[in-house]
Design a protein around this ligand. Structure first.
Ligand SMILES: Nc1ncnc2c1ncn2[C@@H]1O[C@H](COP(=O)(O)OP(=O)(O)OP(=O)(O)O)[C@@H](O)[C@H]1O
Ligand SMILES: O=P(O)(O)O[C@H]1[C@H](O)[C@H](O)[C@H](OP(=O)(O)O)[C@@H](OP(=O)(O)O)[C@@H]1O
Ligand SMILES: [Mg+2]
Length: 350
């Protein structure tokens, strides 16, 4: 696991990168907000130094004349979610998928089906819930949770039978976009009336108000500590539901009554580097993705590494190595593609 240090490149490695990558075209499909957050202009300058052209793709225009592209990096989650109910977004997505079908040699970071599954917390939480089996040696877990589809009549019974414990945190089923960050903390069965389906209910795990964000870029990952929700008394209590937006809680600058511990407590050790590396390896396989974030907390009672969230193409804030890591991953996928192509050509009849 890499901590965020200044990137180091020896002149030789830059020269080698430049020769291998010179003339490559990398397309980006990002919302205006994401484009700014990634600082795409700065990334384009960084890539130009390695002979790589960064092209901002206009989804509203025919894609073929904007190409060709060796790789397309995207965060089409906005378009995918809106395409559920908006014909214009459906058309944009259809155009993009048609282009990709007609250009199979263009590498997509990340594949659309892989991204689509993470847009649904039901799907991502099913993946998280299996981690304790595949990572048994590393004592990795995720909190008990419940999928609330539509019927709320049996929620209280399900909370008990599925082993959830109050407080509960309630999150929308849709895992992307502004509404997806509106959440609530529920402190007793009587407040389950505040739950609105479709959503997930997840046991709240006390973790000392420290979140460990793991930012993944292909085979590299970077850990960044962030503020987080404070501890709450375990078990049901007569307290009103707390409604909050997750972006008030775990951004670098987040600071509120929700993130300030009510009691002094000894600091917790960070998650083991080896356990995080094992978790990232497993998720790379399970998700089939290269650009994602994993949110980890440490249970203050058991010190268990607890996975609470997986994010598509996050912000990578606090990761100065993001640009070289992304270009290095792009280079590695193109090398892999060239090897496969050369291998196939050298072995006729395959
Ligand atoms: N089960 C949990 N136990 C304790 N705290 C939790 C739990 N789930 C979420 N939190 C707290 O709520 C915050 C937001 O949760 P989560 O990451 O699931 O929301 P999100 O909207 O997907 O956030 P983002 O997209 O910014 O990662 C976390 O950073 C953490 O502080
Ligand atoms: O602090 P991070 O980098 O985790 O913040 C991310 C957040 O986790 C989500 O991935 C956001 O995406 P959406 O869920 O699609 O809103 C990211 O927003 P974005 O504008 O960068 O895509 C946050 O950066
Ligand atoms: Mg999160």
């Amino acid at each position: 696991m890499e901590r965020s240090e200044a990137p180091t490149h020896t002149p030789l490695s830059v020269a080698l990168t430049r020769s291998l990558m010179s003339g490559r075209r990398v397309g980006f499909c990002l919302s205006a907000k994401k484009r700014r957050r990634v600082n795409l202009d700065a990334f384009a300058d960084f890539c130009a130094g390695h002979g790589v052209e960064v092209v901002e793709i206009d989804l509203a225009q025919p894609l073929a004349p904007q190409g060709p592209f060796d790789v397309i990096v995207h965060k089409l989650s906005d378009v995918i979610v809106e395409a559920e109910h908006d014909s214009q977004s459906q058309q944009l997505l259809a155009n993009f998928q048609s282009f990709m079908s007609a250009h199979p040699s263009t590498v997509l970071l990340d594949p659309l089906p892989a991204m689509t599954q993470l847009l649904d917390r039901f799907a991502s939480y099913r993946i998280m819930s299996k981690l304790h089996k595949s990572l048994r040696d590393w004592r990795v877990c995720s909190p008990p949770y419940l999928e609330i589809h539509s019927d709320l009549s049996s929620v209280q019974h399900a909370v008990t039978t599925r082993g959830l414990s109050f407080p509960l945190i309630c999150k929308t089923r849709v895992a992307h976009g502004s509404l997806s960050h509106e959440m609530s903390l529920i402190f007793s069965a009587g407040s389950l009336a505040d739950v609105h389906a479709p959503c997930v209910l997840q046991s709240f795990v006390n973790h000392g108000a420290v979140l460990h964000k793991v930012f993944v870029v292909g085979d590299r990952h970077f850990c960044v500590e962030r503020p987080s929700l404070k501890n709450f008394p375990s078990g049901p209590c007569d307290r009103k539901t707390i409604f909050f937006n997750s972006h008030q809680v775990s951004k670098p600058e987040s600071s509120s009554d929700l993130t300030a511990l009510d009691e002094q407590m000894p600091g917790l050790p960070p998650p083991s580097s080896e356990a995080v590396a094992a978790l990232v390896r497993e998720l790379r396989v399970q998700l089939g993705m290269a650009l994602f974030g994993v949110d980890i907390i440490i249970n203050i009672h058991t010190h268990t590494l607890t996975v609470i969230d997986i994010n598509i193409f996050p912000g990578y804030e606090g990761v100065p190595q993001f640009f070289p890591a992304l270009l290095s991953h792009i280079e590695s996928v193109l090398d892999e593609q060239a090897t496969q192509t050369t291998g196939a050509a050298a072995t006729p009849g395959l």
